[in-house]
Design a protein around this ligand. Sequence first.
Ligand code: NAD
Length: 425
Amino acid sequence: MISIGVPAEGKDEPRIGLSPETAKKLVKAGAKVTVQAGAGLRSHFSDQDYKDAGAEIAKSDTDAVSGADVVFTVRRPPLTLAKAMKKGAALIGMLDPFSDADELDALAKTGVTLFSMELMPRITRAQSMDVLSSQSNLAGYKAVVDAAAAFERALPMMMTAAGTVPAARVFIMGVGVAGLQAIATARRLGAIVTATDVRPAVKEQVASLGAKFIAVEDEEFKQAETAGGYAKEMSDAYKKKQAELVAEHVKNQDIVITTALIPGRPAPKLISKAMIESMKPGSIIVDLAAERGGNTEVTKPGEIAAHKGVRIFGLLNLPGQVPVNASSLYAKNLVSFLEPFIDKETKELAINWDDELAKGTAIARDGAIVNEMIAERLGAKSTKAARATGTATKSAPAKPKANGRAKAPAKKSGTPRQPKGGKST
Ligand code: NAD
């Protein structure tokens, strides 16, 4: 029988990797589920809810994970937790694979198999496992709600006996998953919404949500989408034209939500200080790209900055501010990923290493980093990069690092899409 353990997250993370609903599903599928006492409380899931779902409650994080074949987390856990796990057990979470390489290396060396959900290939079959989508969607919603709450005027047009309140103008920059939800939310609140992106494919989606699309639609724009559906870094000439268009547009906007990201690159700077100065005092910018440096020149990650009467929200982890929904959707993503790897007859963990979703998300196995991009970032020497996660061997002692530890081996292998780089959606 497969055993699943769920520890509580750190103090800055209100979400949890398992909901009572998904616990029930796993128990029904033949799993033993153990949740640390109080782990779900910040998502309003009580220990009793988990017990009712058939789970056991453990006193400590160590008790929750020590007997587990699979551990679900939201964030990358501390090393002590991985050390408390069985060797070869699977740790599944948003492991932020492109930050703090040394810590990740140490985590890999515990012998725990690491799966990083941010690396899920974006193919149709994996849509139900796509944590970036489930969390970004909520971030897009929360960005607009936060902006509306901070905006000291109303969003919808109101015609009253005392006069007319004009509709607010909301501009969404970057129309991926978060941007689309931001458009829909702003429209529901009655704002006049415009949106921009460098990918032509979004033009129709924007129109279908009742917003107006504005962009520099030149030849480069027509080629701006990668085969994977992501944006490319634009040329300096394009950026200049885009900046002129944005400068003209932004000065008439009340709320701007920026979400623009380019895989593997810092967030593009789309709003300059001068553009912010052209906006009316009281205007609000919510920068969802804050974790990757921000889309404005003024964004302070984790803070609300103010510049000439305009407030720029650079707050992090917006999905964590809607933890009930965020945890529920995230937990469903994890269970959808795990379920095919539970043997129907024996009810044991049986990871299919030929499966592209297992290969795409695995970052460490048997003590070695098995993802090429991460291994490269770790400056690792290559052996087999675990043959695209199939046959990782114990960290073959490569060149020792200054701290005396050897790096895990790596080799060119089929890797999934480019990283979002530490994005915690
Ligand atoms: P993202 O978070 O990488 O980027 C957000 C948006 O910013 C994108 O639309 C991008 O084009 C835009 N952007 C980048 N540079 C810009 C610039 N200079 N100016 C304006 N906009 C800029 O995007 P995402 O939400 O992860 O979505 C990326 C793609 O993945 C989309 O095509 C989406 O439909 C697709 N997707 C597929 C699946 C799936 O099949 N499983 C799931 C989710 C998303």
